[in-house]
Design a protein around this ligand. Structure first.
Ligand SMILES: C[S@@+](CC[C@H](N)C(=O)[O-])C[C@H]1O[C@@H](n2cnc3c(N)ncnc32)[C@H](O)[C@@H]1O
Length: 264
């Protein structure tokens, strides 16, 4: 793995959902959110692709299996290690860079840069958002496209009371078949546009008792539609389109997602 390390994953001592790639995959390996959209863009790309915040390769591995030439960048070593294992097992050795999205440097430019599954929101300040968008733009070939998704901060999200522990999912563990439960407890700084989230994963035993709990924390900054357009304008993109879902419906409902395509 090519190391281009610039920042420690976190200044915090709190665990994050990205420390353990195996645990991440237990939850998300079969999660197909946005995958058809990004694989469609990859199939149309005329050159190399960068999977930024690539995680364990939910997009990168199937994109390579479909014949694309894909590099990956992620800040968390546990995610990259898991990706490397999966890619090797599939017969691929992608170039993987251990770096921050706001300051990465790879040795080539891309016709497509993808940030799949809500990772851009890990930029917590306008400076970091712009640094990320500008760094990506420098890595795009002329006419190249950036595509990413995030959530739209509608009332159904921001209107929820703070600090309520919500059961998000109960599902059999793909590893053991025993139930696991995912709880999320969120609170918001609605002035600074920050969402804090505490995730608990409970692993149940065959008697239905909680055998293990894994706790992690994230802080993200949510973005409004016109703010997103302003960021893209400031970062120098020549044009952009914002959609409300992966089928490219217009973003016109606060319950929509926010899917961004922007061109150099
Ligand atoms: C929700 S996961 C998405 C992973 C992958 N794109 C997917 O679709 O499964 C967010 C990813 O962003 C990475 N990440 C978080 N902050 C980052 C940063 N500042 N620079 C690069 N990667 C970062 C995490 O390690 C994690 O892999």
């Amino acid at each position: 793995m090519k190391q281009q390390f610039q920042n420690e994953p976190t200044g915090s001592t709190q665990p994050t959902p990205f420390d353990d790639g195996t645990l991440y995959d237990l939850l998300f390996n079969d999660f197909d959110y946005g995958l058809a959209f990004y694989l469609g863009l990859a199939g149309e790309a005329n050159g190399p692709i960068l999977d930024l915040c690539c995680g364990t390769g939910r997009f990168l591995v199937p994109a390579m299996q479909a014949g694309s030439d894909v590099d990956g960048v992620d800040l968390f070593p546990g995610m990259l290690e898991r990706l490397k294992t999966k890619a090797t097992a599939a017969g691929f050795s992608p170039k993987l860079y251990h770096a921050d999205m706001k300051s990465f440097a790879t040795d080539r430019q891309y016709s497509l840069v993808v940030i799949a599954f809500n990772a851009f929101v890990h930029n917590l300040t306008v400076e970091d958002q712009l640094a990320t968008l500008r760094t990506i733009r420098e890595h795009l070939l002329p006419g190249g496209m950036l595509a990413f998704d995030t959530f739209f901060p509608g009332r159904h999200i921001l209107g929820e009371p703070d600090d309520i522990r919500v059961l998000e999912l109960e599902t059999p563990s793909p590893a053991t078949g025993l139930p696991l439960r995912i709880y999320d407890t969120r609170n918001f700084d609605r002035v600074e546009q920050i969402q804090h989230s505490r995730m608990e994963i409970e692993f149940l035993d065959s008697n239905g008792e909680v055998a293990e709990v894994r706790e992690s924390f994230t802080t993200v900054r949510y973005i409004y539609k016109q703010e997103m357009e302003l960021l893209l304008r400031l970062a120098g993109y020549s044009r952009w389109e914002l959609y409300g879902d992966f089928a490219r419906k217009p973003l016109d409902d606060e319950k929509d997602a926010m899917i961004v395509c922007a061109w150099k």
